[in-house]
Design a protein around this ligand. Structure first.
Ligand code: GAP
Length: 490
């Protein structure tokens, strides 16, 4: 559970995100729509940068192709994939106030003390004495993996909304897919789903892509796109939302080589986050216990990030075996087999999936970059500066350009620099307020470089370039600026 300090950090980041135009609540003027968020001018830049980095990383290889499939797919796709039957969360309703909860979410905010009381009530002999908190947390977490036990424990808890005890219904399965209708008739034959994962658009196109691109196994197909889940409990800003974006890649391999490629992609994906500046010590692996694996998986690891509210998954790497392709072959009646030219064998490939949330990674990068530091003002006193130490490739603006003062030809010179750089980099021109304030405004949104035109510029045609993280300044010839930033930023 997050402590007060961590909650405060989260509040500051959400507030900065809104104030500076990274993320707004969806339909805010109507009170918002739960689980949906809009990206503002800086947010969309950063999100696009993040997706571009992923796209380059994954598809600028000779063995990974890209696709962009439709969000709406034939409804049989979701029967074949198992989502109609299995994509459910157990939930309970309070009989008194009708509030609905995901069963596991009921336990999220329980204190260790309360968990200990529950264990004592269930197993008086075992938990009568002193146990340390870590043991209690572990035992409790293990216990509620079992849905039946979880439902039994729920009956011991008061409803968080109205406080009634023992008022929960039996746990029921709630399907997380959003339904809608194609065409004018709203009956069962017209039902389609908003895709809950982008992966199926890749599976159904496996042979189309393979034939069109003449790829041989092993090869992958990558896609970035929106996914929708009717989550019962949305929470923690962009962490669990109802509409979000995924960046997924399915790597098709010969059965028997799957373990090798599973390890290969695990290492590649962890490297990607670290290379984009995410702190190593805030990343960890979580292997799914065998009894908690998704219905399609043989093995699965999550890359987890240490958010202010605790560890949370940002990407899953799954060995999906030949489950999806076999099911599509069965449900569509069309062969999904690959013909191996060399061995003359025909078989259904195994699939290693890398599945990252673009929105969730965006949030993790934002949090990871957030720093508060003591820094000197122009007058020499100390103040707290907020700085987003985003990797330059992710930063919304790359360079800010300032005239030191609005006279003596400095604005004209600065405008010339802006015109030179703007076609190549996302730049921002600012001539309002003291230059120290302008630096702080750029620090807060993660702009890696600020360029200032001052009186020396007018004499020797050099300008100062200030580095966001070190706050060091150096003088660079104005004529060499483009090359200087090309080396730093491209
Ligand atoms: N195709 C496999 C799949 O969808 P998942 O673990 O359910 O696997 C993959 O989702 C990633 O999608 C997660 O690691 C997370 O980053 C993101 N994600 C899943 N549900 C989300 C939600 N409700 N809100 C935001 N991101 C979500």
């Amino acid at each position: 559970m997050a402590n007060k300090e961590q909650t405060k950090v989260m509040e500051k980041i959400v507030s900065l995100a809104k104030r500076r135009g990274f993320v707004f609540q969806s339909s805010e003027i109507y009170g918002g729509l739960n689980g949906c968020w809009d990206y503002g001018p800086l947010g969309v830049e950063m999100l696009n940068n993040l997706k571009r980095e992923w796209w380059k990383e994954m598809t600028y290889r000779d063995n990974v192709e890209g696709v962009d499939a439709a969000i709406l797919m034939h409804p049989r796709v979701w029967e074949a994939s198992g989502h109609v039957e299995n994509f459910t969360d157990p939930m309970v309703d309070c009989k008194q106030c009708k509030a609905r909860y995901r069963l596991d979410a009921l336990f999220d905010d329980l204190s260790v003390k309360r968990k200990k009381e529950v264990l004592r009530e269930l197993y008086p002999d075992q938990y009568a004495g002193q146990q340390n908190d870590e043991v209690i947390e572990q035992v409790f977490a293990q216990l509620v993996i079992n849905d039946q036990k979880a439902a039994e424990i729920a009956m011991m808890l008061p409803c968080p909304n109205c406080g009634s005890k023992g008022s929960f219904t039996e746990a029921r399965k709630f399907n997380l897919m959003f339904k809608t209708f194609v065409g004018p008739v709203e009956d069962a034959s017209a039902v389609v789903y908003l895709r809950p994962e982008t992966a199926q658009g890749i599976f159904v196109n496996f042979l189309n892509v393979q034939t069109a691109s003449r790829q041989k196994l092993p090869f992958g197909i990558a896609q970035i796109g929106k996914a929708f889940r009717n989550e019962i409990n949305t929470k923690n800003f962009l962490f669990r939302t109802r509409e979000f974006e995924q960046m997924e890649m399915q790597f098709f391999v010969k059965p028997g080589t799957d373990d090798h490629y599973f390890e290969y992609w695990r290492a590649e994906r962890m490297k990607w986050f670290i290379n984009l500046g995410m702190k190593k010590e805030k990343l960890q692996w979580h292997q799914h216990p065998k009894d908690k694996l998704a219905h399609y998986a043989k093995d699965a690891y999550d890359i987890e990030y240490l958010f202010p509210f605790g560890w949370g998954e940002i990407e899953g790497i799954h060995n999906r075996t030949n489950f999806d392709l076999s099911r599509h072959e069965e449900y569509s009646g069309k062969s999904m087999k690959y013909f191996d030219d060399e061995t003359k064998e025909k078989y259904i490939p195994y699939v290693i999936e890398t599945s990252a949330g673009a929105s969730r990674s965006f949030m993790a990068f934002l949090i990871d970059a957030y720093h508060e530091q003591e820094a000197p003002t122009a007058e020499g006193t100390m103040e707290t500066r907020v700085v987003l130490k985003l990797h330059p490739k992710l930063a919304p603006y790359k360079i800010a350009i300032f005239p030191l003062v609005n006279r003596d030809g400095m604005p004209e010179y600065a405008k010339k620099i802006e015109a030179d750089l703007r076609p190549h980099f996302k730049v921002f021109y600012d001539d309002s307020g003291a230059v120290g304030r302008r630096y702080r405004r750029q620090d807060e949104i993660g702009t890696p470089y600020c360029v200032t035109v001052d009186s020396q510029t007018l004499q020797d045609e050099t300008i100062t370039v200030r580095d966001r993280d070190t706050m060091q300044q150096e003088r660079v010839a104005a004529s060499k600026l483009k090359e200087y930033f090309a080396i730093k930023l491209l």
